[in-house]
Design a protein around this ligand. Structure first.
Ligand SMILES: [Zn+2]
Length: 237
């Protein structure tokens, strides 16, 4: 296969550009499928669930505390009403009945106060927990956001590099005849398609070449493309 030295140089460069394009694609895929991001996102989603649970618990306890307070006020109002009636009654029998009711209500009031204190204690703990888990969630959300921005910046940069390489590729392709380009495309689908003899080895497959192979390749005309006996890559000057 014949190709002038400039064409051979373009062919070699095309092979290098294609390898770089492949590398850029891999890097983009690696950046998009970031393990760090997926782990941080999973943790964020788990923590969001915990925030929801903590908020529900806090809201339930808020209602419970309000109810306990209402119950306490009802008893306090009844005690006040009974006390007033006690002060105004002239019947000793009524007075005794009211006195006894007030005592019973006072006991009830004591119990309700204990209930309220216990609920308020739990409410305080639930509020602290909600605050703590919400703060953690905010931190995680910020971490995920920074990671996403970093990855986006990486991907943008890689895409810019990819576009430049693709443009280079078109320019290089235009310098290689169709027949050789076909052979290149077939080879490149499977392996590194173009190599040179470097340090007595094929630069495409890195295999050492025998002295007679090197002699044969050296003896080729300058515009003749050789072939590596190990990997079949096209060997250029
Ligand atoms: Zn080779």
């Amino acid at each position: 296969m014949k190709l002038d030295v400039a064409g051979q140089s373009a062919l070699l460069k095309l092979s290098q550009v294609d390898l770089e394009i492949e590398q850029v694609k891999n890097e983009i895929s690696k950046a998009i499928n970031s393990k760090e991001l997926s782990e941080a996102s999973a943790k964020l989603s788990e923590t969001s669930g915990e925030v929801l649970t903590a908020r529900t618990s806090f809201e339930n306890l808020t209602m419970e505390a309000r109810k306990a307070d209402d119950n306490l006020h009802l008893v306090e109002e009844r005690i006040a009403r009974d006390s007033e009636r006690l002060n105004n009654t002239s019947s000793p029998k009524d007075a005794q009945a009211m006195q006894s009711e007030i005592e019973s209500l006072t006991r009830r009031k004591g119990e309700l106060e204990e209930v309220e204190l216990e609920v308020l204690d739990r409410l305080e703990k639930a509020e602290a927990e909600l605050k703590q888990i919400s703060t953690l969630r905010e931190q995680l959300a910020a971490e995920v956001s920074v990671l996403q921005e970093t990855i986006q910046a990486q991907v943008d940069e890689l895409k810019t590099r990819g576009r430049k390489l693709t443009a280079d590729r078109e320019t290089l392709k235009s310098k290689v005849p169709a027949e050789i380009l076909d052979k290149y495309t077939n080879l490149a689908a499977k392996q590194i398609a173009v190599g040179q003899v470097q340090n007595r080895a094929c630069s495409a497959c890195r295999m050492g070449l025998t002295a007679s192979t090197i002699d044969t390749l050296s003896a080729l005309a300058e515009d003749e493309i050789g072939s590596c006996p190990e990997c079949l890559a096209m060997i250029v000057r």
